[in-house]
Ligand binder design. Structure first.
Ligand code: HPA
Length: 271
């Protein structure tokens, strides 16, 4: 709690009179949404006392505050992953800091592999639910100042924001899937048998992030909206020369980032 509060105090001083109402987590290759933030102030994670730094490819490692869709937002350009070797309490620290700063909703995004055979590279998926295969970030003494010991997870992703997003996507002519995201540890990509397993247990997309942050936000009662960009397709039979590659994932995410950015902005405008 001290670590959360000291990072929040540092940021509060930097923010001055700016009071972000929406927190945004930008996933692999999706950092360019930050370019659309007006009157922005960049606060590098490395300048924040005792703060973890993102080492993943396609993750820059900055907080960016400014105006998006007419609202004051605080965006994380790059997140912290469990596979980087950080403990779960550090993976969720940035989100908890944003919560301490008073955000009233959290938007999360990620690059993900499509386990649903109808999903293709460049597709967008609104996350309607998740399956957690990472350690739960709430394990350990409960931080009573943030939320209850046994938080409800009946509606992990806010149904009213999903409804709004579906209406706006249709108006904008942007096709979106609605699906279940399974979060694993990575960093190895899945074997064909694992992709099949995830499909069988009800997942439409798989990634290495997001779920911890969503659990931390829901612990604190913050409504969440989540979106995956499908960067690779999970088949059971690959071509002899097919490989999953982290750089290809970032390139595919970057190519679809404009669509996701446009939709995020419209949703934020309409909230
Ligand atoms: N698996 C796990 N994480 C990912 C993938 C994947 O196929 N694609 C992008 N992130």
């Amino acid at each position: 709690m001290e670590r959360i509060d000291s990072a929040a105090a540092y940021l509060r001083e930097k923010l001055g009179t700016r009071t972000p109402v929406i927190g945004i987590v930008l996933g692999s290759g999706l950092g360019k949404l930050a370019d659309q933030i007006e009157n922005q102030l960049v606060i590098p994670y490395k300048d924040i006392p005792d703060f973890p730094v993102s080492t993943a490819i396609g993750h820059k490692g900055n907080f960016i505050v400014g105006s998006l869709g007419g609202k004051c937002v605080l965006a994380m350009q790059g997140r912290i992953h469990y596979y980087e070797g950080y403990g779960m309490e550090l993976v969720v620290l940035p989100v908890r800091v944003m919560i301490r700063l008073g955000i009233r909703s959290l938007f999360v995004s990620n690059a993900a592999g499509g386990t649903n055979l109808d999903y293709h590279v460049g597709d967008l998926m609104i996350i309607k639910d998740h399956i957690n295969l990472l350690p739960n970030p709430l394990i350990g003494p409960n931080l009573d100042g943030l939320g209850p010991r046994f938080p409800d997870m009946t509606r992990p992703y806010d149904p009213s924001i999903i409804k709004l997003a579906l209406r706006l996507a249709a108006e904008m002519g942007i096709e979106v899937h609605q699906g279940v995201y399974v979060g694993g540890t990575g960093p190895s990509y899945e074997t064909p048998a694992e992709y099949k397993y995830f499909r069988l247990i009800g997942a439409d997309a798989v990634g290495m992030s997001t779920v911890p942050e969503v659990i931390a936000a829901r612990h604190a009662g913050i409504p969440v909206f989540g979106m995956s960009v499908i960067t690779n397709e999970a088949h059971d039979d690959y071509a002899d020369d097919y490989v999953n590659d982290g750089h290809d994932v970032v390139v595919a995410a970057d190519a679809a980032a404009d669509k996701m950015t446009a939709l995020f902005i419209r949703i934020i405008e309409s909230l």
